[in-house]
Design a protein around this ligand. Sequence first.
Ligand SMILES: *[C@@H]1O[C@H](CO)[C@@H](O)[C@H](O)[C@H]1NC(C)=O
Ligand SMILES: *[C@@H]1O[C@H](CO)[C@@H](O)[C@H](O)[C@H]1NC(C)=O
Ligand SMILES: *[C@@H]1O[C@H](CO)[C@@H](O)[C@H](O)[C@H]1NC(C)=O
Ligand SMILES: *[C@@H]1O[C@H](CO)[C@@H](O)[C@H](O)[C@H]1NC(C)=O
Ligand SMILES: *[C@@H]1O[C@H](CO)[C@@H](O)[C@H](O)[C@H]1NC(C)=O
Ligand SMILES: *[C@@H]1O[C@H](CO)[C@@H](O)[C@H](O)[C@H]1NC(C)=O
Ligand SMILES: *[C@@H]1O[C@H](CO)[C@@H](O)[C@H](O)[C@H]1NC(C)=O
Ligand SMILES: *[C@@H]1O[C@H](CO)[C@@H](O)[C@H](O)[C@H]1NC(C)=O
Ligand SMILES: *[C@@H]1O[C@H](CO)[C@@H](O)[C@H](O)[C@H]1NC(C)=O
Length: 828
Amino acid sequence: MRRLSGAAFLLYFLITLLSPSDGADTLTLDHPLADDGERLISEGGNFALGFFSPTGSDSRYIGIWYNKISVLTVVWVANRQRPVTGSHGSLSVAANGTLVITGENSTVVWSSPSRALSNPVAQLLDDGNFVVREADGNPSDPNSFAWQSFDYPTDTLLPGMKLGWNLTTGFNRQLTPWTNASDPAPGEYTFGIDLRGDPQIFEWSGTHAVWRAGPWNGLQFTGVPQMTSYNKLSLQFFDDATQVVYAFHMIDASLVSRLFVNHSGTVERLVWVKDRKLWNPLWSNPNDLCDTISPCGPNAVCDSSKAPRCGCPQGFQPKNPTNWGFNDGSDGCVRKTGVDCRNGTDGFAVVSGAKLPDTSSSTVEWVGTTLDQCRAKCLKNCSCTAYAQANISGSGSGCILWSTNLTDMRVYGSGGQDLYVRAAAADLGSESSHHRIYLTVITVIIALFILILALVGCRAWRRKKRSRGTGMSGMATSVTERHNDEGTEAKDLDLPLFDLGAVADATGNFSIENKLGEGGFGPVYKGKLEDEQEIAVKRLSKTSVQGVDEFKNEVVLIAKLQHRNLVRLLGCCIQGEERMLIYEYMPNGSLDSFLFDKAKGWLLNWPTRYGIIVGIARGLLYLHQDSRLRIIHRDLKASNILLDMHMNPKISDFGMARIFGGDETEVNTKRVVGTYGYMSPEYAMDGIFSVKSDVFSFGVLVLEIISGKKNRGIYDSSRTLNLLGYTWSLWREGKGLELVDEAIGDSFPKAEVLRCMKVGLLCVQERPEDRPTMSAVMLMLGSDSALLPQPRQPGFVAMRGPLEPDSSTSKQDSLSINNVSVTMFEGR
Ligand SMILES: *[C@@H]1O[C@H](CO)[C@@H](O)[C@H](O)[C@H]1NC(C)=O
Ligand SMILES: *[C@@H]1O[C@H](CO)[C@@H](O)[C@H](O)[C@H]1NC(C)=O
Ligand SMILES: *[C@@H]1O[C@H](CO)[C@@H](O)[C@H](O)[C@H]1NC(C)=O
Ligand SMILES: *[C@@H]1O[C@H](CO)[C@@H](O)[C@H](O)[C@H]1NC(C)=O
Ligand SMILES: *[C@@H]1O[C@H](CO)[C@@H](O)[C@H](O)[C@H]1NC(C)=O
Ligand SMILES: *[C@@H]1O[C@H](CO)[C@@H](O)[C@H](O)[C@H]1NC(C)=O
Ligand SMILES: *[C@@H]1O[C@H](CO)[C@@H](O)[C@H](O)[C@H]1NC(C)=O
Ligand SMILES: *[C@@H]1O[C@H](CO)[C@@H](O)[C@H](O)[C@H]1NC(C)=O
Ligand SMILES: *[C@@H]1O[C@H](CO)[C@@H](O)[C@H](O)[C@H]1NC(C)=O
């Protein structure tokens, strides 16, 4: 509020009497809103409306902003072009039903178009919509609004707002970002729907298109493959006789998200992150060089992961090869051979993972259009140049046909769709038959070569084995060794053996684009087998000597283990020096990539997290007890928990696992492997590990899943406690719920969360004998919290423990004579 003194006070007092009191949501005929700090606040408190000045400007504007968000975020501005200077502004609703902003000397600077109403009121609704309606009308019926701010968006699309056309009236809603941070006047960009052909979203600078989000394909816009990755939103696209409109809604109403175009033209999907007090972009576009309009000219395909970026589909060649070599593909591609449709021999080249080319002159057909029918339609029409499925949701429907040169084509690493480009039979045929002969010859040569290698290798291996195997003793021996006495390595694995060539093909020759990450003993690649099955390939580094044993250990172990919460081994590849494990591919990656990433933590609601906790517990119980072998994982951590399509957890990485003889319970090892932060005290300090060390790691995982925080961070004000210590201090003060990750929101079953927290704390107790077994954990997760014992102080509560955490993952005993013997005899 402005401070006023002396005589002005009386005036101020009068104004206050006549104005709505701060916090009302409605403006009536005799109660204008003055520019003295007053605001309308929507009923639920989500939005506020009033005068504001942008940063770096003294001009006053009427705007709507988030009332509960600490960073002033204006989502709508009324008088964008004509600000009020000085502090004389007021907003009122006039008797004829218009909203009027007046400045000095009562000059009107802005007014809204409106229909005549008998008793108009203006109301700020809780979804951020400012509406004019009859006083006795129904505020929840959009048809009763004579005017609404949602129809005149500025730079922000809120949940429930529509972008696009009312075809009955020809009314169009577009986003127009500000000129700059201090001037809300419409800037150079507009963002909206173009109705030509198959309707598309474009961003224009003036009349010139700068980015094309493309047509809606049933799931997302073809140019924004990341759109569906955030499952708290329901995205909608209506394309019928009455409207062509894009809109979205929040599935979880406690979350705040908006679509925003900033004044340099970047379109962003933002989510408010409460605990970091910032707007986090889930995606933003344009994103890379291939996102500029038609980056490679007609008929060319842009691929930002390749150099040069521009390429031609099969059957096409660069129009100007010289420029092309200089990374200038702007001339595009031309056909090698003209198509000849009368002949009926034309074929189609597939461009996979594509953003569909410009559809502004394409035709779309919806009835009776499977992909095959679509292909037949395209073949029949001489002017058809390409086709694609119009709606890839479900089993696919609809058909888009192009009859021009294809422009603005690109491909994505993931998330694109298949496009079929017409090509002359001669170009397709010759290429593929040459290719086939070539492939056959190479395959035969490689097969022969491999056969010889395998024979030689196998003999050498056996000889080596015989001379080594006699020295084996110890309680816990590696299973691989036992098995090798019986036959060749590959045979007793009883696993499909993959051919090196096939694996190389599947992973694009182990290309860097396909690399998923670097595991403990080598890189992991994503691959796609010939039958389209997706795989993850773990390739053992040739340099890592110790890894060879661990590799074999893992193969034999996992081959024997079958459980829905353990990652499934599909086979292995042992050829020459190469050792590889082939797993099922987990599309959602590892748990840590969700848990500790603020942008993705929202994807894990409480039921999902609880399912993950229970799933890990089941998997671990199976390892410890239910499988025929008794297995200690030894390196359980968030990055070793993989998530399948439905967010089911699967324990992975058994390279460190150990098998126990029937009645052994603990073993002392000289070689401590594992990850700091998850290791139990007795294991980290004395090298003693047992099932209870895994239970400790499980407890750490549970607390991380509840809190979304890493154990190794520091969380208390005195900066000494790690997550365990912090949880323990909260627990003892009865403030356990303060630990819960903000990303979970507010609506979660408190009792269940507290029970999980208690189980987590029981698992991380200092003394191994105090910790429950996994079967007890399973029981506890399903029982009443009051029946559980009270946890005692956890081990490793302070960051500065006896084992100074350098970045180490493993502490290797320097006394090891050679790595092989350490691995084999570590049980003694
Ligand atoms: C409605 O009334 C306001 C204020 O009296 C006036 O400025 C405006 O021109 C009127 N609009 C129409 C459409 O009559
Ligand atoms: C308002 O009226 C005063 C006196 O008539 C005049 O001096 C001033 O320039 C006017 N202001 C505007 C913004 O028209
Ligand atoms: C289009 O606008 C008219 C007039 O405002 C309205 O009656 C109709 O419901 C609108 N159509 C859609 C689909 O919103
Ligand atoms: C913003 O744009 C206005 C109008 O174009 C200009 O006068 C002003 O200097 C700009 N401000 C900044 C900070 O660029
Ligand atoms: C617009 O957003 C992009 C992406 O977040 C950012 O890089 C750019 O700096 C922003 N532009 C302005 C003017 O804020
Ligand atoms: C039809 O296609 C075949 C095979 O590509 C070609 O040899 C033949 O010349 C074509 N016929 C005509 C009339 O173009
Ligand atoms: C072939 O396609 C063009 C362009 O889409 C269309 O105008 C024409 O009617 C089609 N011809 C036939 C026979 O379907
Ligand atoms: C796309 O297909 C899905 C599943 O068949 C259907 O539910 C949806 O309505 C379709 N969308 C459009 C825009 O036709
Ligand atoms: C495609 O582009 C070439 C030049 O690049 C032009 O000669 C040809 O007419 C275009 N074809 C169509 C169908 O627009």
